[in-house]
Design a protein around this ligand. Structure first.
Ligand SMILES: [Fe+2]
Ligand SMILES: [Fe+2]
Length: 148
């Protein structure tokens, strides 16, 4: 099976509950992107359950923090769940398998950007609220090529 997760670099936020979920979501999105027709509905259902739970967990903190930037983040979660629900409705009546695989690819591309742009901001706000200071992140090289 083509595993797109291997090509997806997800930023670790240092919020273990989020980081673990992001990995699972990336895997499910990659699986949906290449799922055969008979597996698409199950794949979408699993993605729906985990996305809903993960977004709901972030949403609690986003609402508590408040503000327009956090509202944008909340809105993006709603939009993604809406897209998944629309495609799931098609698949339930026996069509939309290619649309579902396309959704999987699009979401697999979307997730790393969402983490970089919005989830990271949330994680920083939570860290600041807990500690009163900013997290110091050490950059970790992902690929180093040494020529001898
Ligand atoms: Fe997230
Ligand atoms: Fe998020």
């Amino acid at each position: 099976m083509n595993d797109r997760r291997l090509n997806t670099e997800l930023r670790e936020l240092g919020e273990q509950r989020f980081d673990t979920c992001h990995e699972e979501l990336a895997q499910m999105m990659a699986e949906l992107a290449v799922a055969p027709d008979h597996a698409v509905q199950k794949s979408l259902e699993r993605l729906t359950v985990l996305s809903t739970a993960h977004f709901a967990e972030e949403d609690v903190d986003l609402r508590a923090l408040g503000g327009p930037a956090n509202q944008c983040h909340l809105d993006e979660h709603v939009a993604v769940l809406g897209s998944i629900a629309e495609v799931a409705a098609l698949v339930r009546v026996g069509s939309g398998f290619d649309v579902a695989r396309r959704l999987g690819r699009d979401l697999a591309d979307w997730l790393p950007r969402h983490i970089d742009e919005l989830d990271q901001r949330l994680a920083q706000s939570l860290f600041l609220r807990r500690t009163g200071g900013a997290r110091i992140a050490l950059a970790r090289p992902t690929l180093v090529t040494v020529k001898g």
